[in-house]
Design a protein around this ligand. Structure first.
Ligand SMILES: Cc1cc2nc3c(=O)[nH]c(=O)nc-3n(C[C@H](O)[C@H](O)[C@H](O)COP(=O)(O)OP(=O)(O)OC[C@H]3O[C@@H](n4cnc5c(N)ncnc54)[C@H](O)[C@@H]3O)c2cc1C
Length: 408
């Protein structure tokens, strides 16, 4: 048993950034992480691996579509999927090791194992109890399941499985036109998959500015995406050689089927609080299973705080990081602040789509005066074509995406 000023449960962008900041402010800090690696969803199965594959597949596109235009003459480009996945894993491993180094440098203890709140000011990790004056729940989120669709991570995958496909599927059906579905669809589409997206709503990237979403869908369609909008998936039948995805159109309830080699379920994420002992500890959750917090990230139980994907707000790494920094400041007796009005969001497709602040629709719904200006540049962005690679085996660029930032 050890005594700490503060224990973070969860070593993702919220937990590891907060733990480092708290240690820098002079607190004795530990971070509990059940995975074999620090970095959470973002570094292991989220932002970093997806951006590594987006970068690599973008290079394929450049080599196939734009090199010759720029006077760069290369022999035919081919894709070695296992090697590309190894490149992605190398990027992940480098980032993960970086956090371990920062923990050591800042004297943050990594308590390896799954943590549970077992009493007031007590976190038990694999049978060992640790005392803490303060506890921060930073346990993140997990993919939401879809009724009638069983994920096996081979043929029916969630985002984690879609980062590990052993070969380029011929037909990839993506359920859900959110950020994760469109980014991973871009990866496998650029590598040669025929990508079909089935979306329940009538707009892609729900919550996005309507005009931007419309133009974005148009551009993706030109790149080879097929969209089936306003459709509810009823199930996925697993046959020997293919998958059959059943769906009904909401407008007339007509039933349809589409074949796929791989189905990606990308219907959103839900907070992860399993096994934490929150009910016994009396920590209140909201109707979506998120830990209820006040403006200073305090739960209803004294000494227990929560940050990141497990609380209200956009599920974004930089939002979790900012909350991690701010809660560390608050617990250290300083002023911690996050300006929720200016958290940017980026979809790393090509072109990238970025946004910040309220959309025109949200402002109008709030009865606020708005003024809009159309951006002609949207219409003139050259649509990028996805064309299948021709053969196999090649070598890949070594430039790595920027690491998720731990502030030292
Ligand atoms: C495919 C994909 C791409 C993404 N791309 C981006 C992007 O480009 N930009 C962006 O901003 N965001 C992106 N995100 C979202 C981002 O990953 C999350 O918002 C971010 O990771 C949330 O950080 P967190 O610290 O709250 O939780 P997490 O990163 O989920 O970390 C929580 C950690 O807690 C651990 N844990 C849970 N329970 C326990 C327990 N009881 N004991 C010990 N450990 C526990 C988990 O193992 C996990 O490692 C992406 C997500 C996905 C899935």
């Amino acid at each position: 048993m050890a005594d700490y000023d503060l224990i973070f449960i969860g070593g993702g962008p919220g937990g590891y950034v907060g733990a480092i900041r708290a240690a820098q402010l002079g607190l004795k800090v530990a971070c509990v992480e059940g995975r074999d690696a620090l970095g959470g969803t973002c570094l292991n199965v989220g932002c970093i691996p997806s951006k590594a594959l987006l970068h690599a597949s973008e290079m394929v596109h450049e080599a196939e579509g734009n090199f010759a235009t720029m006077g760069i003459i290369a022999k035919s480009v081919s894709v070695d999927v296992p090697k590309m996945l190894a490149y992605k894993q190398g990027v992940v491993d480098g980032n993960v090791k970086g956090i371990e180094f920062l923990f050591k440098k800042n004297k943050v203890d990594w308590l390896k194992g799954w943590g549970r709140i077992t009493a007031k000011g007590e976190v038990t990790v694999d049978g060992t109890a640790h005392k803490a004056k303060n506890i921060v729940i930073a346990t993140g989120s997990e993919p939401s399941p879809l009724k009638g669709v069983e994920v096996d991570q081979e043929r029916v995958v969630d985002s984690t499985g879609a980062l590990e496909l052993k070969a380029v599927p011929k037909n990839l059906v993506i359920i859900g036109a959110g950020v994760i579905g469109l980014e991973l669809g871009s990866v496998w589409g650029r590598l040669g998959a025929k990508v079909t997206v089935i979306e329940f709503l009538d707009q892609i990237t729900p919550g996005q500015d309507g005009e931007v979403a419309k133009q974005f869908q148009r551009i993706l369609t030109k790149q080879g995406f097929t969209f089936i909008m306003g459709a509810a998936v009823s199930g996925v039948e697993k046959l020997k050689t293919k998958l059959k995805v059943g769906y009904a159109l909401r407008k007339d309830d007509s039933k349809h089927e589409i074949d796929a080699d791989v189905v990606l379920v990308a219907t959103g994420r839900r907070p992860f609080t399993k096994g934490l002992g929150l009910e016994e500890a009396g920590v209140a959750l909201d109707d979506k299973g998120r830990v209820k917090t006040d403006a200073r990230w305090r739960s209803n139980v004294e000494g227990v705080y929560a940050i990141g994907d497990v609380i209200d707000g956009p599920m974004l790494a930089h939002k979790a990081e900012d909350e991690g920094m701010a809660v560390a400041e608050v617990i250290a007796g300083r002023h911690g602040h996050v300006n929720y009005g200016v958290i940017p969001g980026v979809i790393y497709t090509a072109p990238e789509v970025s946004s910040v602040g309220a959309t025109e629709e949200q402002l109008k719904a709030e009865g606020k005066a708005t003024r809009s200006a159309s951006s002609a540049s949207w219409a003139t962005v050259a649509p990028r074509r996805i064309s299948p690679p021709k053969a196999s085996s090649s070598c890949w660029p070594t430039r790595k995406p920027t690491a998720s930032s731990a502030r030292t």
